[in-house]
Design a binder for this molecule. Structure first.
Ligand SMILES: *Cc1c(COP(=O)(O)O)cnc(C)c1O
Length: 429
């Protein structure tokens, strides 16, 4: 595939944008080549500025559960746009989207809309600290919660530790109250509570960690976290920015049977426009300004176009849509597993509904970040490049999951599986 126009735009962008991009993982740094400039996108297909068409399994990193430019979502946003793009005042769309969120997340009495997943988690953490009057947080190695200062931490040496800021620019003091534990290890969490029990405001977790591979957790483990939080008067925050609205049976909280205190949402809830949200029972939410003292605000929060895209996206997610997502996921699994097997399992497919991840190595997929082989990127970058040349786009990083949308068809999936077979053969695996 020729990428002359993409490459020349990238050269130009390097003069104006940091690394040519506005979000680092778009830079293709961990795979071969330059970022691809998109011209347009429709359904499962994106067209780049060189006229190449690619079957897209990134789907804007999760929001586009109905694919690109869904006609009903476009129409709804267009209708609303005629009436104003931003009010900075209440409108009915906020109520409509909040009702739909509450239907899926029954333990939320009240919802607050923001403009990104990062903002949702950041605000949920502030609310938890404000509500409990405590400062400490526990987060998990291998969970991503957006670029929130207090959650941008790596674990130090040892298994359960104080966090070390994972980026310059975050003061030591900011992460001095963030404790880090490995996933899938309840004793590590018990240890942290033994040490700091009275000071811990919240345990923050992706109940389905999907930003560092797909690290499916045991339900009993999540349920134990609930028990420990209750015992010590800490809140449990579920970051469902990826997992929220992905599954037919409800939230991931419903699937694992564990109710969090606060839930953070993003991605699908905005259907491709910038929306995040967080919510909890009334007792917690009423601590939030304007009812309570915990301040949080936003010029574009509850934006009418974003609410409209979210409402239509959720309305299109009926039982049939979820059944289709599961069916497509199953088709992917049935097609890909024998191919990986045939090539000696250089990686394993991990799948939950419409989310999938190629776990590197032949062993059982891990539940902890530190069990992912450290050379995961090498194999993946060749697979990624090979698939791209054949017209299939996966995320440009070994640690990112793939997304199936309701608009993928069987041939998109089977075509990708066949391309994978060819790529692995070319790689002499
Ligand atoms: C994407 C993501 C975020 C951050 O959301 P942004 O909209 O990128 O700020 C937070 N948490 C999880 C689990 C995510 O997947």
């Amino acid at each position: 595939m020729q990428r002359v126009n993409s490459n020349s735009l990238h050269e130009e962008a390097l003069n104006h944008l940091v690394g040519g991009v506005n979000s680092p993982v778009r830079a293709f740094k961990s795979v071969h080549g330059n970022p691809i400039y998109f011209e347009s996108a429709s359904g499962a297909i994106v067209t780049d500025v060189d006229g190449n068409e690619l079957v897209d399994f990134v789907q804007s990193w999760g929001p586009l559960i109905h694919g690109h430019s869904h006609p009903k979502i476009i129409e709804m946003v267009y209708q609303k746009m005629q009436k104003g793009t931003s009010f900075g005042a209440p409108h009915i769309g906020e109520i409509e989207l909040a009702k739909r969120v509450k239907k899926r997340f029954p333990y939320m009495d009240k919802v607050r809309f923001v403009s990104s997943g990062t903002e949702a988690v950041m605000s949920a953490v502030r609310l938890a600290r404000g509500y409990t009057g405590k400062d400490f947080l526990i987060k998990f190695e291998g969970c991503y919660h957006g670029h929130v200062d207090s959650l941008m931490v790596n674990s130090g040496s040892g298994l359960a530790t104080f966090g070390i800021a994972s980026s310059p620019g975050i003061p030591k003091d900011t992460v001095a109250t963030t404790l880090v534990a490995p996933l899938d290890d309840i004793e590590a969490v018990e240890y942290l509570f033994d040490e700091h029990g009275d000071e811990i405001a919240a345990v923050v977790i992706e109940p389905l960690p999907a930003n560092n591979g797909l690290l499916v957790q045991r339900h009993e483990y999540l349920s134990k976290l609930r028990d420990i939080c209750d015992k010590h008067g800490a809140l449990l925050i579920f970051d469902e920015v990826i997992s929220g609205f992905r599954f037919k049976d409800g939230s991931y909280a419903d699937i694992c049977g564990v109710a969090p205190d606060i839930t953070a949402l993003g991605k699908v809830i905005g259907g491709g426009l910038p929306v995040g949200a967080y919510g909890a029972r009334s007792e917690i939410m009423q601590k939030l300004s304007p009812l309570g003292p915990v301040y949080q605000a936003g010029t574009l929060s509850g934006n009418p176009l974003a609410m409209a895209a979210g409402i239509m996206t959720l309305d299109l997610l009926d039982g049939e849509a979820y059944d289709r997502l599961e069916e497509l996921g199953q088709i992917l699994q049935n097609a890909v597993e024998p191919i990986l097997e045939k090539h000696g399992n250089p990686m394993r497919l991990v799948r939950m509904g419409s989310l999938f991840w190629f776990s590197p190595g032949s062993s059982k997929p891990p539940a902890r970040a530190d069990l992912i082989p450290s050379d995961a990127g090498k194999l993946y970058s060749d697979v990624h490049k090979g698939l791209l040349e054949k017209g299939y786009m996966l995320a440009p990083s070994a640690y990112e999951v793939g997304f199936i949308a309701t608009v993928h068809d069987n041939n998109h999936i089977l075509g990708m599986a066949q391309a994978l077979d060819e790529v692995l053969t070319e790689m002499e695996l």
